[in-house]
Ligand binder design. Structure first.
Ligand SMILES: Nc1ncnc2c1ncn2[C@@H]1O[C@H](COP(=O)(O)OP(=O)(O)O)[C@@H](O)[C@H]1O
Ligand SMILES: N[C@@H](CCOP(=O)(O)O)C(=O)O
Length: 316
């Protein structure tokens, strides 16, 4: 689990009382996050909340999130909008880090994924893209093309020849694709729509979580990121054709992919897997450098993504 900043019940209790007028009776660290420190928090009236301490974003960067979530909520996209504190702010500071309290949404990460889950997430992603079409606030994708090219330069030095070739091939394929199809639609994207950033009850999508990666980029990148995780035939990293088609049918129903997007999708699937191959390598290197290890830190496997990159390159 990832709890980078350990908070005591007394500290959470004082924070919730001072800022939200909430009487807290218990808290529990959340075992599954990667980037932020999260705690489930129980109120004396039985309500439950999630306290998120942003570990990577500064206050200015994190301030983008509450209005975004409130907008999506109003547009009918299922998200957990942060609570407003007594002083009207939705983002506060604790231990010198940005912090928010949001309602706990019931549900679990879908596993195994069904065609119904893929249809639900496909529809929700199209709704999210359309809901943000006219959204006035902008933010660059911090892990878009510029980032992954810089990251690839660092990562390739430690790679064997085969991995270097795989990386170069995918990067070149992507660059050629975006040159060939220069009008691919763009907008604000979620940027990290994995199963573990969703909550389902049965087939029903209850919440899309964790908008830390939201930023301006190709809609198709968001689609590819989501397909890669939702529509793979885990533990195999190959695409499951039933899941894939269920996702695309539902997405297309609300926002039909352009002809160029359909042509470009295979290159984006490879690039989306590469983006997470690189970020997982980077997280592993940082954890090693900072001596973060053991039970308190969740580390996802870069090799899983590398295998997916190779599969997507083979059209699988
Ligand atoms: N509002 C919420 N309701 C219920 N569970 C939540 C909520 N927010 C976060 N979680 C749980 O916490 C986990 C980690 O949250 P996430 O925002 O993905 O953190 P990180 O960015 O550190 O990975 C999620 O996978 C989910 O299980
Ligand atoms: N989805 C990323 C990791 C980001 O973790 P999150 O818990 O912040 O969503 C990956 O799979 O590498």
């Amino acid at each position: 689990m990832s709890v980078y900043t350990e908070l005591s019940l007394d500290e959470i209790r004082a924070f919730a009382a001072d800022h939200y007028g909430l009487a807290v009776t218990g808290c529990e660290p959340i075992a599954s996050g990667i980037e932020n420190t999260n705690y489930f928090v129980r109120g004396d009236d039985g309500r439950e909340f999630v306290l998120t301490l942003f570990e990577e974003l500064n206050a200015a960067e994190a301030a983008f999130l509450p209005p975004l979530l409130q907008h999506l909520h109003r547009q009918g996209v299922p998200v957990a909008g942060p609570l407003t504190a007594k002083d009207g702010r939705s983002l506060l500071t604790l231990r010198d880090k940005p912090v928010q309290l949001a309602p706990r949404i019931l549900g679990g990460h879908p596993s195994p994924v069904s065609t119904a889950h893929c249809a639900a997430i496909g529809e929700a992603l199209a709704k999210l893209h359309l809901a943000l079409e006219e959204y006035p606030l902008h933010r660059d994708n911090a892990h878009g093309q510029e980032w992954w090219e810089a990251e690839a330069n660092k990562a390739r030095k430690a790679m064997n020849k085969t991995d270097q070739l795989l990386l170069e091939t995918i990067l070149e394929d992507f660059e050629e694709t975006v040159e060939d199809y220069e009008d691919l639609p763009m907008g604000l994207i979620h940027g990290d729509l994995f199963r573990d950033n969703t909550l389902f009850e049965g087939d029903e999508l209850r919440a899309i979580l964790d908008f830390s990666e939201a930023g301006e980029d190709y809609w198709l990148l968001d689609i590819a990121i989501t397909i890669n995780d939702f529509c793979s035939a885990w533990p195999s990293v190959k695409l499951d054709q039933d899941l894939y088609h269920a996702f695309l049918r539902a997405y297309n129903n609300l926002r039909p992919l352009t002809a160029d997007e359909q042509e470009a999708l295979p290159a984006f699937l490879g690039m989306a897997a590469t983006r997470f191959w690189l970020s997982r390598l980077s997280v592993a290197a940082r954890n090693a450098a900072e001596g973060r290890s053991g039970e308190a830190v969740t580390q996802k496997d870069p090799n899983e993504m590398k295998r997916m990159v190779a599969a997507r390159m083979m059209g699988e």
